[in-house]
Ligand binder design. Structure first.
Ligand SMILES: *Cc1c(COP(=O)(O)O)cnc(C)c1O
Length: 383
């Protein structure tokens, strides 16, 4: 059996053709494909606006800048995420405050966030960055209500959940990143994510002011709307009004993203099929500590189960060329974050999860034979 990763891209001839076409065109960057991709992505997630950027981390950094995180500002996030979620706060000098996860959903425990907010004077915290972890959508309606009570903004790290959704109080589907509840939402197009542009990212929002600011910040802080320049020296004139970055996506990447987006729904369906097969194979098995809760809007970026003797299992799988992975090492235990006083036992639910969790292969081109081999290899380990 050839190497089976936990996630990988799916590139078709059509994708290659789309990239080829851009390479033969006049614009490799700052051309028409960016706006086309932004429009199509906003439509896909149901948001008003989308801003394409060079990566998911760039999307988080620009979001943090657009919401004016200042040195010392306290921002709440989950310890079970990729480090970039927390790091965007640090880029602006803010203070990351971790809050523990719910043991069933692995998402930020809203009850614990409430306790945290209630235990300090109002105004102590500025914002909250929930993560649609593994592809499971955060209940942003509940989180928005809480955020409003305490005057917080929300950046939804929706990297794992394009196409994912939760159901609101009126039984309406609310797509991740649709901008109805969060101020900003971020996505990544790294090859292990649902759709890829090589490196790339997107920010979605329904807030026009934030949208326009993000566009300026993406290009060095240069005002993109020339009518808003303070001077009018001539047609060559441009004006840098604040400190921004070059976080642009290339047209080559945007063309790949556009082509990939056409297959996003098909990819999502395939992920759901794979998840259902794992569920069927493992339900009730004594070596399973917990399977993911069945959830209609789950986008299954990752299929994570909790196993007895996880460390033994991962070694056995790796020996069989199955690259199962651990997502994630709790961020508060990273040496970088320990310097701020975070330590073992601060987040008991997250830490217990970390000891048992394992991400099994799930991606649209995983074949039935490959998945059967994964399941058989797991059963063989416990037999
Ligand atoms: C991948 C990932 C990111 C970072 O995205 P890049 O495109 O790799 O910069 C941020 N947050 C989460 C939850 C991720 O999984």
């Amino acid at each position: 059996m050839k190497r089976i990763p936990y996630g990988r891209q799916h590139i078709t001839e059509e994708d290659i053709q789309a990239v080829n076409d851009v390479l033969r065109s006049d614009y490799l960057t700052q051309g028409p494909k960016i706006a086309e991709f932004e429009k199509a992505f906003a439509e896909y997630e149901g948001s008003e606006y989308a801003v394409a950027v060079s990566g998911g981390t760039a999307a988080l950094h620009l979001s943090a800048l657009a919401l004016n995180i200042q040195p010392g500002d306290k921002i709440i996030t989950t310890p079970i995420t990729f480090v970039a979620t927390a790091n965007c706060v640090r880029y602006c000098g803010g203070e990351v405050v971790f809050s523990d996860i719910d043991p069933e959903t692995y998402l930020l425990d809203i009850g614990k966030v409430r306790q945290l907010l209630q235990s300090s004077p109002k105004g102590t915290y500025k914002g909250i960055i929930p993560v649609d972890f593994a592809g499971r959508a955060v209940d942003l309606e509940a989180l928005r209500n809480l955020a409003d009570e305490f005057g917080l903004w929300i950046i939804e790290d929706a990297t794992h959940a394009p196409g994912g959704f939760f159901t609101d109080n009126r039984r309406q589907k609310q797509l991740c990143g649709n901008g109805n509840f969060a101020d900003l939402a971020t996505f990544s197009f790294h090859p292990v994510k649902h759709i890829t542009t090589g490196e790339g990212g997107m920010i979605t929002t329904n807030n026009e002011k934030l949208y326009l600011r993000l566009r300026n910040l993406r290009t060095h802080g240069i005002q993109q709307n020339h009518n808003l320049n303070q001077k009018k020296d001539g047609i060559w004139y441009y004006e840098m009004q604040e400190l921004g970055f070059n976080y642009r996506m290339t047209d080559v990447a945007a063309a790949l993203g556009l082509s990939q987006l056409k297959r996003a729904d098909a990819g999502l369906e395939r992920r759901k099929e794979i998840a259902a097969l794992y569920e069927k194979a493992f339900a009730g098995k004594p070596f399973i500590r917990r399977l993911p809760e069945i959830n209609e809007g789950h986008a299954y970026h990752l299929y994570i189960a909790e196993f007895e003797n996880r460390d033994g299992l991962i070694n056995h799988l790796r020996k069989n060329n199955i690259m199962a992975q651990v997502h994630y090492i709790p961020v508060h235990l990273m040496p970088y974050y320990q310097q701020f006083g975070w330590k073992e036992d601060d987040m008991p639910v997250a830490e217990n999860y970390y000891r048992h969790c394992l991400s099994l292969p799930v991606y649209s081109t995983l074949t039935d034979e490959e998945q059967s081999f994964v399941i058989k290899t797991i059963e063989e380990f416990y037999a």
